[in-house]
Design a protein around this ligand. Structure first.
Ligand code: SF4
Length: 694
């Protein structure tokens, strides 16, 4: 950590790593950032932080940053540094050339959950207004798109129901498919504080995460389910609630559709859905599951927090709806201490979804086929808009290999490293005539790019991020962009080169446009954010200071909707060739594919990804701790070192994916969520064998 002296001023800004949204005082000496100090007034963090936000900002000045635009005719040619004028003009002419030759829908773009709301809004506007189609998607496709589908269907809006303060009123906390101490450490501390005060904890996870046994905190129940059986476990819990008369019928009658509840209750009450009947399938002892269900239903305020272990499955959307069903059935919605809360991974994944990054929705989750919404945007933007939903990321890649999709604008995402089945992603990118990558570094995806537009870090721009509790917070510029432009300015330059009359002089003007076009953001402005520190959407005339708890008097959709979500086994099966199940996760000091944290001192805490394997499985394969192993699936093969531990159950192996050498996504398959195409990262049948190393 570089500390070059006493600071002479401080600028308050928001962390660019995870969805907790900690705020920091960026302490400056002259034009030099000296250190990041967690801000005591921060609503999300109250002066706390983790090792990522506090220490891992040095990547902003890392020698690997690309500061000049570059172009090349084909990907086997060397890059050629060009002026910004040439790069922008070339980008616009390539997209116009390709659309003229292959049609309006032959191009698209991907927004970033790492960039600001304003930048995300501009990318989807560029595609809708400038390219004339809805081929826009976001990296939420590969993480929380099932949250969007599941919570919109059951509750009426795609967001967590609570603020972080709510956990202080919880009596029972259920954590499913999340590892908050590594993934969301500052919120995990608040959760643990409540647990130390006496709240009870249920952990549903194939792996014995830290929360199960940590200092002064012991889970009341750990349900170590087999990967891929979330829906069966939640249905068995619902079976106990319904058949033992533990449902909150008064709440259900008042707040939900009773007929739909009755159908759902009859479904879950069937004997084949009992804990006893499903114990062999889920791997969870029936008595433990019954006890956990009883505790959740009768233990007072029950809150559910979940992560990518819920969404990144072929049944991701079904699992989100099963969680919503359980919360409604037990009356745990609409007040402090309860609720359904997705723990968002990236700093602005909530915001990227809110801003219209999905191919079927404008900002505020309004469908592109809705005439009234489309007219609103057509009037504001002065163009006719496409009423047909566009392509999702996997569909864009499929269309590219089929020859109908030819150009992609990617802002702040490394899809080659982060999306499933690397070979398929590479084939799609290789088939395109123009790939534009706007990023800080020459990432893996840039190997397939024709135009590279250097991006800017969060320290170099003004804007807003929206955290996991729907809290919109200001990001303030700490230093001038090293590349010359903030990301929003680059998108504007491309739009202007395409002939669009964009004249934004500051991101606050973009937010004013978002507020004018998005009812849930109606009262959001930079002035209001400066005055109140932050706002949780919906911020409307009825709630000008925002909404900490949602669905208080009624669900956004009116009546809460119970959805029968039946367990369907994934097509990814173990067998003699691939007898183990691989699941993946993160570690505290690193962030996602590691593009930033690996370029800071934090890399010293995690120099490599390892494969966790149970002692029995290791012994059967003649493995010792630290040995190199070959990890093979039906999709591919990679090599990494073994870590022998009983944190994973026999039959399950686990790895992080922070280092590119690990190539975890060479292993993962094409299976995805039935509703949203979110990849099934969490279940891959594999075999492990000794190896001599890479
Ligand atoms: Fe806070 Fe998350 Fe940043 Fe850590 S990574 S400082 S928990 S926002």
């Amino acid at each position: 950590v570089t500390d070059i002296g006493t600071p002479d001023r401080a600028i308050v800004t928001t962390c660019a790593y995870c969805g907790v949204g900690c705020t920091f005082r960026a302490e400056m000496r002259g034009e030099q950032l000296v250190r990041m100090v967690p801000w005591k007034e921060g609503k999300a963090n109250r002066g706390h932080s983790c090792v990522k936000g506090r220490f891992a900002w040095g990547y902003a000045n890392h020698r690997d940053r690309i500061l000049n635009p570059m172009i090349r005719e084909s990907v086997d040619q060397p890059w050629r540094a060009v002026s910004w004028d040439e790069a922008i003009a070339h980008t616009a002419s390539e997209f116009r050339r390709i659309q003229a030759k292959y049609g309006t829908r032959s191009v698209g773009g991907i927004t970033s959950s790492r960039c600001t709301n304003e930048e995300t809004f501009l990318v989807q506007k560029l595609i809708r207004q400038g390219f004339g189609n809805n081929n826009v998607d976001t990296c939420a496709r590969v993480c929380h798109s099932p949250t969007g589908y599941g919570l919109s269907t059951t509750f009426g809006t795609s967001a967590g129901t609570q603020d972080f303060d709510s956990v202080e009123h919880s009596d029972v906390i259920m954590v499913i498919g999340a590892n908050p101490t590594d993934g969301h450490p500052v919120f995990a501390s608040r959760m643990k504080q409540r647990l130390r005060q006496g709240a009870r904890l249920i952990v549903v996870d194939p792996r014995r995460i830290d929360l199960v046994h940590s200092p002064h905190v012991d889970a009341a129940h750990h349900l170590p389910l087999k990967p891929g059986t979330n829906v069966a476990v939640l249905t068995a819990m619902a079976h106990v609630v319904v058949t033992e008369g533990l449902a909150d019928e008064a709440f259900i009658r008042e707040r939900c559709d009773w007929d739909e509840y009755s159908d759902w209750a009859a479904f879950v009450a069937q004997p084949e859905r009992s804990p006893e009947a499903t114990a062999a399938l889920t791997g969870v002892p029936a008595a433990d599951l019954r006890a956990a269900a009883r505790l959740f239903a009768t233990g007072g305020n029950g809150a559910i927090y979940y992560g990518l272990g819920v969404t990144e499955h072929s049944q991701g959307s079904s699992t989100v709806m099963a969680i919503a069903n359980l919360a409604m059935a037990t009356g745990n919605i609409g007040r402090e201490g309860v609720g359904v809360n997705p723990l968002r991974g990236q700093n602005n994944v909530q915001g990227s979804c809110d801003m219209g990054s999905f191919p079927h929705e404008y900002s505020g989750y309004r469908h592109v086929s809705d005439p009234a919404t489309r007219t609103l945007f057509e009037t504001a933007w002065g163009v006719s808009l496409d009423p047909e939903p566009g392509l999702r990321i996997p569909n864009m890649l499929d269309a590219a290999t089929d020859g109908t999709f030819k150009a992609l604008f990617i802002q702040g995402e490394d899809i080659l490293q982060s999306d499933p089945n690397t070979h398929h992603v590479a084939a799609g990118l290789a088939a395109m005539e123009c790939v534009v990558v706007q990023d800080l570094f020459l990432n893996e995806t840039a190997n397939y790019a024709h135009i590279f537009l250097p991006g800017s870090t969060f320290l170099e721009k003004d804007g807003t991020f929206t955290n996991a509790e729907r809290r919109i917070q200001l990001v303030r510029k700490v230093m001038d962009p090293l590349n010359g432009y903030a990301d929003w300015e680059i998108v504007q330059l491309v739009a202007q080169a395409l002939g669009l009359d964009w004249q934004y002089t500051h991101p606050s003007e973009i937010m004013d446009e978002i507020a004018a076009l998005t009812p849930t953001f109606a009262k959001v402005s930079y002035l209001a954010l400066e005055e109140h520190g932050s706002l949780q959407w919906p911020a409307t005339d009825a709630a000008p200071l925002g909404t900490p708890t949602m669905h208080v008097d009624g669900f956004v959709r009116g009546k809460g909707k119970f959805v029968v979500a039946d367990y369907v086994p994934t097509d990814e099966r173990t067998g003699p060739r691939f007898p183990l199940l691989l699941t993946t996760g993160r570690i505290l000091s690193q962030y996602n594919v590691g593009a930033q944290t690996r370029r800071t001192e934090n890399v010293a805490w995690h120099a490599e990804d390892r494969l966790e394997i149970h002692p029995h499985d290791a012994e059967n394969r003649g493995l010792r701790d630290g040995d190199w192993v070959s990890l093979r699936s039906r999709a591919g093969e990679t090599t990494l070192r073994a870590l022998i531990t009983d944190r994973v159950a026999p039959g399950v192996v686990y790895t992080t994916f922070h280092h590119p050498d690990t190539q975890a996504n060479v292993i993962t398959t094409d299976y995805s969520d039935w509703a949203t195409n979110c990849p099934e990262y969490k279940v891959t049948a594999v075999e492990v064998s000794p190896s001599n190393g890479p």
